[in-house]
Design a protein. Sequence first.
Length: 205
Amino acid sequence: MAATKSDTITEEEISKVEEEVIGTYFVVFAGCGSVAVNKIYGEVTFPGVPVYIAAQLMGSILASGTLALLFEITPKAYFGTVPVGSNAQSLVLEIIISFLLMFVISGVSTDNRAIGEMAGIAVGMTILLNVFVAGRISGASMNPARSIGPAIVKHVYKGLWVYIVGPIIGTIAGGFAYNLIRFTDKPLGQLTRTGSFFKSASAPS
């Protein structure tokens, strides 16, 4: 029996699968790698923060360059984030979803009521829900590096400021907001010195 159109895997679908493999590779490499480095070489200190920002930007540019070499990236297939509607609409969305993400991360990393083993699931589900809500409109960046890398590689700078300003405002507000309801017997200074939210969330009170 001849295969129907729905039974045939198209080149576009294959490309999407390849993109998922590559994207997941870099996410896992960066995420798990940072935890491993933190545990091997010690906690992230304040002087090391700019280095981590530079590392994120470099990783984003390299990953974007790799994708650009592997695939024929047309304007329609651009893998960066560009506001679909107005800049203001995307800015508000990026502030809100970044707020929610930081709020959840703060909860699982600094609150004695959090269950350490569930931290990854909580953060992952928050990102997933944020993508469902804002993905079609703003691209659901939630991280300036995620947007800056593709923009530099493909020279697409439309609305880029939205993805720098929005996540910064949202994450700062989310962190401060959770601090108002945080429940722990540890001082905030001690909590912010640890680089692994699994470690701080599962540590005995």
